[in-house]
Write a protein that binds this ligand. Structure first.
Ligand SMILES: Nc1ncnc2c1ncn2[C@@H]1O[C@H](COP(=O)(O)OP(=O)(O)O)[C@@H](O)[C@H]1O
Ligand SMILES: [Mg+2]
Length: 342
């Protein structure tokens, strides 16, 4: 039997893999091996196959990528590992489903659903915007790109106004321009189901965002980031810092974990689906409706889930809570039937 290998699949070299994860795995008797995912997937497949044995764990740490061949490769690679009896931690298919912001629409009955509903649009953005009543909306692509491409749309009697959430710049003034811009950036022919989510603008974004750091079905900690005065977003690139947990954050954490099976259902996941190795759920504060059931509604709305590119940014911040990714990997590996030999 060969030693147990943890294949870490990355699209870009990561310092925290080289200096953090690999030495930590080694100290636990696990052999870590980085597999760099090339754009030429045919070559990648050959190289990947030659590494496969039944004692392989597949650990995905992928950067955001628009490259369809990389996604096809990742899905194929996870299948190959499974076919040989290996363990897949961080299933790319689960990640794809969870990070699809169309999910916001599917969580409509959960305590952290966005009030007033969310529309996931895969077709005609123009008519959906026409039909949206007045007020302020957020339009964002169904798969996130670190805050890029998110726009705030206001509609009043004078017409539409769109502001880029990241830069704060006013981008387009007319509906036609907004629709053209979306079509240009996110063609419907794209490999990942490309669509948009139209969701009510939550003004309390001014108070920042709250993030649950998750690993499997556990919440490791809660972090927050503020929104600079006058800005619409702290993204991209600002730091998430640990929060001192109070009753409110504690309740958010408890309710979220309790509803995981329902969330899996809403995302169309196998109820037994392994939650990703490292993932996050982001929340924005919201005002509660006049009448509500305290047990059924939270003063937070789920604004997105991250589990694709999140590994490298979240792994260091999880350390703030005493979480060791290497220990966790070892734990998961030991719980499977695959014997570890070192
Ligand atoms: N419903 C909303 N109301 C107000 N601001 C929002 C809303 N949804 C997103 N934002 C802002 O836009 C930013 C990017 O949105 P997000 O869903 O996190 O996309 P990404 O996947 O690109 O990170 C958030 O960090 C937040 O500042
Ligand atoms: Mg985000």
């Amino acid at each position: 039997m060969q030693p147990h290998t943890v294949l870490i699949v990355e699209t870009k070299p990561r310092k925290d893999t080289q200096e953090g994860l690999l030495p930590a795995l080694a100290s636990l008797g696990l052999k870590g091996k980085v597999f760099r995912c090339e754009e030429n997937c045919l070559q990648s497949r050959e190289r990947f196959s030659s590494l496969l044995t039944s004692t392989v764990t597949f650990l995905l740490r992928v950067n955001e990528t628009e490259d369809a061949s990389i996604w096809e490769f990742l899905l194929w690679a996870a299948g190959e590992v499974r076919a040989r009896g290996g363990l897949v931690l961080s299933d790319p298919l689960v990640s794809l489903k969870l990070t699809d912001k169309g999910l916001l629409e599917a969580v409509a009955s959960l305590p952290y659903a966005v009030a007033d509903g969310v529309r996931a649009l895969y077709g005609d953005i123009g008519s959906a915007l026409e039909a949206a009543r007045g007020g302020e909306w957020i339009l964002k692509p169904t798969h996130g790109r670190a805050g890029r491409g998110v726009i705030k749309i206001s509609r009043d009697s004078a017409g539409f106004c769109a502001v880029d959430v990241g830069s704060g710049r006013t981008e387009e003034q007319s509906l036609v321009q907004i629709v053209e811009r979306c079509r240009h950036h996110y063609p419907e022919s794209s490999w990942i189901r490309r669509g948009f989510v139209l969701t009510p603008f939550l003004p309390r974004i001014a108070e920042g965002e709250l993030r649950l750091l998750l690993t499997g079905n556990r919440c490791v900690g809660v972090v927050a980031r503020g929104t600079p005065v006058g800005a619409l977003s702290a993204a991209p690139g600002s730091r998430w810092l640990p929060v001192e947990e109070d009753e409110e954050t504690d309740r958010l954490r408890r309710v979220f974990l309790r509803t995981l099976p329902r969330l899996a259902n809403a995302a169309g996941l196998d109820a037994e689906a392994e939650w990703p190795l490292v993932w996050t759920a982001d929340f924005i504060r919201r005002d509660l409706p006049d009448r509500f059931d305290v047990e059924e509604v939270l003063p937070f709305a789920l604004s997105e889930i991250n589990s694709l590119a999140v590994g490298h940014t979240t792994f260091p911040s999880m350390k703030d809570f005493g979480f060791s990714l290497a220990n966790y990997v070892k734990d998961r590996v030991e719980k499977t039937s695959i014997p570890i030999q070192t």
